[in-house]
Design a protein. Structure first.
Lengths: 219, 215
């Protein structure tokens, strides 16, 4: 029985690794572009333009208030209805990025708030310019302050990314569905797929707490 | 516009199903989470079980858990209807989050109170129910709304196993009318409406419950 399972597992293994890699790179791309968007959203929400502030608020409320699956479906079908053909991978990465940007803007907001105001004032006295201040003074510190929270967010992105299987992207979830339809062993395959997700998220959370501890020691 | 009015009854039905499974699952998850936290506090050795439960459930996607319950459990003879499997997996899922929420709520009650009560010979159970629970619940209540919102959002994946909730309804309309934009736009708007209303209700409830704390 056990022997049986290990020989079947050898069969699942390559496909599941493939799927896990797809999940991982899709999430990393979504996370990184979500970070850039999140910074922009944060700047907009704290900017001088009233319209910008309102837009950022509506954006965050919308993407945090609706399911990822619904956002994905809208994003996947909207362009094709308008006559633009968007490949599923692009729609999936874009949906993940737009979704996580809303959450990341909130996380980054607390990071920006934690930096002493004097630094920004000093930078402006030295005529550093807003862009340079952001890139060289604020962002490095914000990144460091919020990295544990950002890793938690990446874990959430990985979990929520399972829905991209619906638009036929061969991520971990889709690959396991395919394995089920080949082997007719749903319990076993989905449990193994769950273990793969657990491995991904656990590794990340260990990494997160290691980084946190290391930086606290250095401070 | 006529098109829109044509969908509306279906969308309302879908919204009711979404609300029904989410509320049922949130209530069950709330009870489960409360029980898990109570057991963690009062049953020796349960901490490890608690930690494993939270780790397993929060470390994997709901969609994977739903697949195990709906497609996997029939292998060992436990066949559930789509709606039952959805409510069960949503309850198991939100239970882990509720449990963690209660854990932080209980941690917010100063430990000195527990010690003082024990010194006065008040039993553990009474301390739990009469000293810790009221304060912890006042701490937790404003946060519970978030968890209900999360459950509503997560319930969208139950459309994958053909539960006739909002997302499934939109998908069905799309496949019969071949118009994509309108139904899916209406879909996100419906969810937005649902979650925003829950947020408003939770906020006013939270304000009312913590009134005594603000003086």
């Amino acid at each position: 029985m056990m022997n049986d399972f290990s020989s079947r597992f050898a069969l699942y293994w390559p496909a599941l690794i493939d799927g896990a890699l797809t999940t991982l790179w899709l999430c990393v791309i979504g996370m990184l572009s979500g970070f850039v968007l999140g910074v922009l959203l944060h700047l907009m929400a704290n900017g001088r333009s009233r319209g910008g502030v309102a837009c950022a608020r509506v954006y965050v409320s919308f993407f945090r208030g609706t399911p990822m699956l619904a956002q994905l479906l809208l994003l996947f079908y909207l362009p094709s209805a308008l006559g633009v053909d968007v490949p599923p991978v692009v729609a999936a990465a874009a949906a993940l990025a737009l979704n996580t940007a809303a959450y990341q803007s909130q996380i980054l907001g607390s990071g920006f708030a934690a930096i002493a105001k004097g630094q920004v004032e000093a930078a402006s006295v030295f005529a550093l310019g807003r862009y340079n201040t952001l890139l060289h003074i604020q962002l490095p510190q914000v990144l460091r302050l919020t990295l544990p929270a950002l890793i938690c967010e990446l874990i959430d992105v990985i979990k929520v990314s399972a829905v991209v299987s619906v638009i036929s992207i061969t991520d971990l979830m889709r690959v396991s569905q395919q394995l089920v339809s080949q082997t007719y062993r749903p319990l076993e395959v989905y449990l193994v797929a769950g273990l793969f997700y657990l491995l991904l998220t656990s590794l990340l959370s260990v990494l997160g707490s290691l980084l946190e501890r290391r930086w606290r020691e250095r401070c | 516009m006529d098109e829109l009015i044509g969908y509306l009854p279906d969308f309302l039905d879908g919204m009711l199903v979404t609300l029904g499974i989410s509320v049922a699952a949130a209530i069950a998850g709330l009870i489960l989470g409360f029980a898990l936290n109570a057991a963690r506090i009062s049953v020796p050795g349960f901490t490890a079980i608690y930690a494993i439960y939270v780790w397993l459930i929060r470390g994997t996607p709901l969609l994977a858990q739903l697949a195990v319950i709906y497609f996997g459990l029939p292998v060992i003879g436990l066949r559930l209807e789509a709606v039952e499997a959805s409510v069960l997996s949503l309850a198991v899922y939100s239970g882990a989050y509720f449990a963690e929420l209660f854990r932080t709520a209980w941690a917010s009650v100063p430990g000195g109170q527990l010690e003082a009560a024990r010194v006065h010979g008040i039993s553990r159970a009474r301390v739990f129910w009469h000293i810790q629970a009221p304060q912890a619940m006042a701490f937790a209540l404003p946060l519970l709304g978030n968890q209900v919102i999360l459950t509503i959002k997560e319930s969208a994946v139950t459309s994958v196993i053909t539960v006739p909730e909002l997302t499934m309804t939109a998908g069905r309309i799309v496949s019969t009318t071949f118009s994509y934009v309108m139904p899916y736009a209406l879909l996100v708007l419906s969810y937005w409406l649902l979650t925003s209303s829950v947020a408003v209700i939770a906020r006013s409830l939270g304000l009312r419950v913590t009134r005594h704390l603000r003086g």
